[in-house]
Design a protein around this ligand. Sequence first.
Ligand code: NAX
Length: 327
Amino acid sequence: TNAPVTVTVTGAAGQIGYALLFRIASGQLIGPDTPIKLRLLEIPQAVKAAEGTAMELDDCAFPLLQSIDITDDVNTAFRGTNVGLLVGARPRSQGMERGDLLQANGGIFGPQGAAINAGAAEDVRVLVVGNPANTNALIAQAHAPDVPAERFTAMTRLDHNRALTQLAQKLGVSVTEISKMTIWGNHSATQYPDLFHTEVGGKIAAEQVEQAWLADEFIPTVAKRGAAIIEARGASSAASAANAAIDHVHTWFNGTAEGDWTSAGVVSDGSYGVPEGLISSFPVTASGGRFEIVQGLQHDEFSRQRIDASVGELVEERDTVRELGLL
Ligand code: NAX
């Protein structure tokens, strides 16, 4: 077996936390040979609920689970952390302006970034799930100047997985037939799921579907799937979001398959005209514990406009948090 990995989950008593913790503890996050030490961070009112989840984790007798610590102190939560899953966030309440939402989340993700900077393990890797995920990740990253920026990522794997299944169902194929799917931009309704580089059975997906389906059904279905889940389930995506977080980190540690890539919100190096430093979704490969942005893809006008619109939204969010003094 490998050395144990300390995994901190914030918002552990929430609905994604409940769907996530059991899968981490069973070994699905990193792999079957890596013991896990769990740290659960919650706000004081929710610590008791997190303790209840910890009782259930005990009752699973997971062979890989070495310890569970529960805290409402951010520095305690991130001391020695190898993997930080930042799930807890401030949701938008009725009548809240976007600036207020960003401000409230800055109050969460700034201190968490600072705590990661101060006390996390040298190899710390961070995935931000809590919305607005890209900009929350940017805020946390900005507060951790001693941690390589590339260790801060935002989750668009759920959007990626949604896109895989929508396309598979349209073409009547298994998701395993599909490679090189990409989500570009922000994890929001402006995101751009790109079928012009996606391959199905070795041929470009966009050439196997009608343009009208691609533009008027596929893209909006993927981009608005979160709202459709709320409408149907009466609650937002939880198990699928937890599944995507598992996929993201598992890929980060274990790599992408030869000839394939995945989607993740990573710090831009300026590729594809995305301003350097923004945390935007790109096609990425992973190997040796690092994500790398896939280079050299060409975009037609249709794709370019959509990428630019989503990246433009990220720029606005960044400018707002900058004006608020949160970066
Ligand atoms: P819940 O409201 O069920 O749980 C959130 C938990 O976070 C609560 O238990 C709350 O007490 C805790 N929390 C709040 N502030 C905290 C802080 N400062 N420190 C520690 N814990 C804190 O939400 P849930 O459904 O679990 O969703 C969590 C987040 O994921 C939301 O922001 C949601 O918008 C986001 N999502 C992101 C997705 C993505 O693809 N990136 C998809 C699913 C989900 O919508």
